[in-house]
Design a protein. Structure first.
Lengths: 295, 235
């Protein structure tokens, strides 16, 4: 029983990291309509930014976090403005943009490898400690509690932003009907700017949390991107709340799955789910085909 | 008010308009009729810079607006009621109305328009908080028209506004359109129903294969070519 409860908690923690990645990814996808696989490198770059600013340069931790999130947002904006937008202006198809995004991912993975080496890096902000014991045989470290809290707060803020602000409403409008959005006078480039800024800031937060919880390695972005993508596909890639829920489903499935399977099968569980959803429910649990809300 | 001179336009390699000249005067209702694929919608899309204009010019109040970006054109006082998916199905009725206006006006100015549109279309007021996809076909059309009016256009471009409406709703729609003229709105309307369009409009242009082949007032209802081809039931 306690093993089950612990697995559920572990699933939530894993899921919240995946969900941070997936939320940004799906925000960018739903407003831009192309696969930004380089989103994974935003997460990793943020992790290394923390390592560089905090561990190597000794910047105070909270300042490090703020700078990292800000730079992540600008990094995303730069990818859009310097690479995707010029390609779009030349009439490139979404497949070309997808290839470009994989190119960016590989390019920056190698830049990081040249700059920091291929070995794993430790941040060492929080001492590895024994977890706090909760009733029901659950143990969680302080960091894990922080991850759950921060991601929860961010998802609520993101939801409020999307529902209550003019910019959020315009983003929902663009993801629902791009042509009409343009007809009513929404400047789609401005919306894309903000989707990359906000989506990549979320990747920055994910990067900080990943850096604190795991060891950093230059190639970890691919795996994170695939997990975030899988979560988004499970929940509905076009719909930000869907992709968040899908990511929690993925985190749970991985952690509950290894109760009955050897733990090396974690990734296999994720990929199996990805295949099953792509085959049988490509629009995800909450996602939509053309318009989830259209008759 | 609007003047289109020798316009060539299309979509990428596809050339649709081949030298079109059209004008809309102040407080005038102008209709565009013609067979499918003649380029009627492309005329409107060219004004709004959603198609690829290769030559010619579009003047609005004497100012060349060819090549301006769509959101800039709207600010000049042109609004476009498209066909197909005409509303944001995942937004509420109120959000659908406000989204046109608050791109242009300050929030309080935009809100003022809301009262006027609700007075004109009480059904929308009653369903203010509901998502647009729950509305009936007629209400969808009201919502789209309402959103265009929220932008307080001097010129309203309409692409087949009567499409998919029942005859009763079509009649109501045409009455509403006529009443908009008294509010000082000029209109350019693309319409499949040639007879209705000619009756409604001050002037009508007949488009065939990307060119204007006939232009005139209500008298063109008596034109033999129009009678045979467009009023004979083929279109």
């Amino acid at each position: 029983m306690s093993l089950l409860a612990q697995s559920i908690i572990n699933g939530l923690i894993t899921g919240s990291i995946y969900a941070l990645v997936a939320a940004g990814y799906s925000l960018i996808y739903s407003t831009n309509n192309f696969m930004h696989f380089a989103h994974g490198i935003s997460v990793v770059a943020a992790g290394y930014m923390v390592y560089w600013l905090f561990t190597l340069a000794g910047t105070p931790f909270y300042a490090t976090c703020l700078i990292t999130i800000l730079l992540s947002a600008l990094f995303g904006l730069a990818m859009y403005r310097l690479i995707y937008l010029p390609l779009q202006r030349r009439g490139s198809s979404n497949v070309i943009l997808l290839i470009a995004s994989i190119g960016i991912l590989i390019f920056f993975q190698n830049i990081i490898q040249i700059a920091f080496g291929s070995g794993v890096k430790l941040i060492g902000y929080i001492e590895v400690s024994r977890g706090i014991a909760f009733p029901g045989g659950i143990t969680m470290t302080v960091l894990q509690i922080v991850i759950l809290l921060i991601s929860g707060i961010i998802f609520i803020m993101l939801y409020q932003f999307m529902q209550k602000t003019k910019l959020g409403r315009n983003m929902r409008a663009v993801s629902n009907n791009k042509e009409l959005a343009s007809i009513v006078g929404i400047d789609h480039i401005r919306i894309s700017d903000f989707s990359f800024l906000i989506g990549s800031a979320l990747a920055g937060v994910a990067g900080i949390l990943v850096a604190l919880e795991q060891n950093l390695s230059p190639l970890m972005g691919t795996n994170l991107m695939i997990k975030g993508f899988t979560g988004a596909v499970i929940g509905g890639i076009n719909y930000v709340p869907g992709s968040i829920i899908g990511s929690f489903v993925l985190g749970m499935a991985e952690n509950l799955g290894i109760l009955v399977l050897p733990s090396g099968y974690k990734d296999a569980i994720a990929f199996s789910l990805l295949f099953l959803f792509l085959l049988f429910k490509p629009n995800g649990i909450l996602g939509k085909k053309e318009g989830r809300f259209d008759k | 008010m609007l003047e289109i001179n020798d316009l060539y336009s299309g979509y990428g390699e596809l050339k649709v308009l081949k030298g079109v000249n059209i004008s809309v005067g102040k407080n005038e209702i102008v209709a565009l009729i013609g067979p499918n694929g003649a380029g009627k919608s492309t005329v409107i899309k060219s004004i709004f810079n959603i198609s690829d204009v290769s030559a010619g010019e579009v003047l609005f109040r004497g100012k060349d607006i060819t090549g301006l970006r769509t959101h800039e054109i709207i600010k000049l006082g042109i609004s476009y009621l498209n066909q197909g998916k005409i509303n944001f199905s995942n937004l509420t009725v109120r959000e659908n109305l406000m989204i046109g206006a608050d791109q242009i006006f300050a929030p309080d100015v935009a809100e003022e328009g809301l009262g006027k549109v609700y007075a004109k279309f009480p059904d929308l007021h009653a369903k203010e908080k509901e998502l647009a996809y729950t509305l009936s076909g007629g209400q969808q059309q009201m919502l789209a028209l309402g959103r265009s009016l929220m932008q307080r256009p001097a010129l309203l471009l309409m692409d087949e506004p009567s499409l998919g409406l029942s005859p009763k709703l079509q009649k109501e729609l045409f009455e509403t359109i006529s009443s908009l003229r008294s509010e000082g709105i000029s209109m350019l309307i693309v319409e499949q129903n040639a007879k209705k369009a000619i009756e409604l409009a001050d002037r009508t242009y007949l488009l065939e294969d990307g060119k204007v082949v006939l232009e005139g007032g209500k008298e063109i209802l008596e034109n033999e070519a129009i009678k045979n081809v467009y009023l004979g039931g083929r279109y």
